[in-house]
Design a protein around this ligand. Structure first.
Ligand SMILES: [Zn+2]
Length: 418
């Protein structure tokens, strides 16, 4: 029954992805930043879809679009589904909206059949996951988790507008953000479907994956100081070149992560050499590192090892090394009981339930403070995301919807949930 009913969901989802993708601040490049008029227009469209699907829907004080489909009786704790509806600049259409729109379509399917579950279903379109406008991420999900940091209201965007003012301009009251917070007793779980944003599922020729954890990350910034000098007069043996030192450090990080077979990834994404002239030996170089692993223990051990290697390189090259940790977030494991229910639904579609960790951050990182978290990944072409070429085949969107609907219809709250 469910299979037949939901076989048409993919088409509706793809159409809505396209429609939402037309709401953009600039014509040529998709951009829908937090609290802009386009963000508001997108929210209105999503509110309409939620109501059409039989949900009560409203905007909360941070701009999350919240819809609720009651269970067999009103007021039951909910299974919360969702994803974000903000984008990066020059974005693709699928990152965020796929999970949100798929969840709405699943509820619409239940509603068409008059099906009520022994729990409520809530769908949330998180207002700001990407954190582009105010350089602070997960604002929407933190408001719902009750961990919103009020001090970010005073941060300003590039134009000097404070978040507090932007919320008012959007038609919402920043003093009411506290009221958006939910409690552990109201939620049975948080489950998000999202594009993979990486090439692993495509590599394995699978449309879907079960997410094991959202990988934590440590970001460090490093400065190597040697001695600047004339590119023609200082013999090679007497140089203390900070840039060749940084190059060796970069290759050492790559080698270290490449030989780890536990999912460790490390990236030097920024490098700056000074004084930065063709005929001067670089005396000082700054660079950043981003290190991620599926468990906190693994990542912390890796960071310690990387630092030890960098110190050895600096010492051998007679360079001074300064290191600082600029950002650190914990790994969020997906709840085993939710993983099992997702894997079961995927298997019932006749597919292999492949498990993988998420290297990218997601709203689940905030939601874990009030609920067990699960995620389903959908294959995206070439693993490309945060780019206009981001693409999901409609057959994959369809199988994603079938699996999510199956999870909902067979959902059993895990041990320890209300
Ligand atoms: Zn996303």
């Amino acid at each position: 029954m469910a299979g037949l009913e939901s076989s048409s969901l993919g088409g509706e989802i793809v159409e809505r992805i396209a429609e939402l993708g037309t709401i953009s601040q600039t014509k040529e490049h998709l951009a829908r930043l937090f609290l802009t008029p386009e963000h508001r227009a997108a929210a209105e469209l999503i509110l309409g879809w939620m109501r059409e699907a039989g949900m009560r829907a409203h905007l909360d004080a941070i701009g999350n679009v919240c819809g609720r489909y009651e269970g067999e009786r009103p007021g039951l704790p909910c299974l919360m589904l969702g994803s974000h509806y903000d984008t990066v600049r020059d974005a693709g259409k699928w990152d965020g909206p796929l999970g949100l729109i798929t969840a709405i379509s699943c509820v619409a399917s239940l509603n068409r059949r008059g099906r009520r579950m022994p729990f409520a279903i809530e769908v949330v379109g998180f207002a700001d996951e990407e954190g582009v406008r105010f350089a602070s991420t997960l604002l929407g999900s933190r408001a719902i988790a009750g961990t919103f940091d009020q001090s970010v209201l005073d941060t300003r965007d590039r134009e000097g507008v404070t978040m507090r003012q932007a919320i008012k301009d959007f038609g919402l009251d920043p003093d009411h953000i506290g009221a958006a917070a939910r409690t552990r007793h109201e939620l049975l779980a948080y489950l998000e479907l999202h594009i993979e944003q990486g090439p692993v599922l495509e590599e394995h020729n699978l449309p879907l994956g079960v997410v094991t954890a959202i990988a934590g990350a440590t970001r460090l910034s490093a400065r190597l100081t040697g001695m600047a000098g004339h590119a023609g007069t200082v013999p090679m043996a007497l140089r203390r070149d900070a840039l060749t030192g940084a190059a060796e450090c970069t290759l050492a990080i790559e080698e270290f992560c490449r030989t780890d077979h536990g999912g460790l990834v490390g990236t030097v994404g920024y490098i700056h050499a000074a004084p930065g002239a063709t005929n001067v030996i670089p005396g000082q170089v700054s660079f950043t590192m981003d290190i991620r692993a599926p468990t906190d223990q693994h990542r912390k051990r890796a960071v310690t090892d990387v630092i030890r290697r960098l110190e050895a390189i600096a010492k051998r090259r007679k360079l001074a090394l300064q290191l600082s940790v600029t950002h650190e977030n914990r790994t969020v494991p997906c709840a085993p009981w939710l993983r099992a229910q997702v894997a079961d639904a995927i298997a019932k579609e006749g597919l292999g339930a492949f498990e993988l960790a998420s290297g990218a951050g997601h709203d689940g990182m905030a939601m874990v403070d009030i609920a067990d978290v699960g995620m389903i990944f959908v294959r995206c072409r070439g693993g490309v995301s945060h780019h206009p070429d981001e693409h999901v085949e409609s057959a994959d969107a369809d199988v994603g919807a079938r699996v999510l609907l199956r999870v909902i219809e067979n959902f059993r709250p895990g041990a320890g949930t209300p």
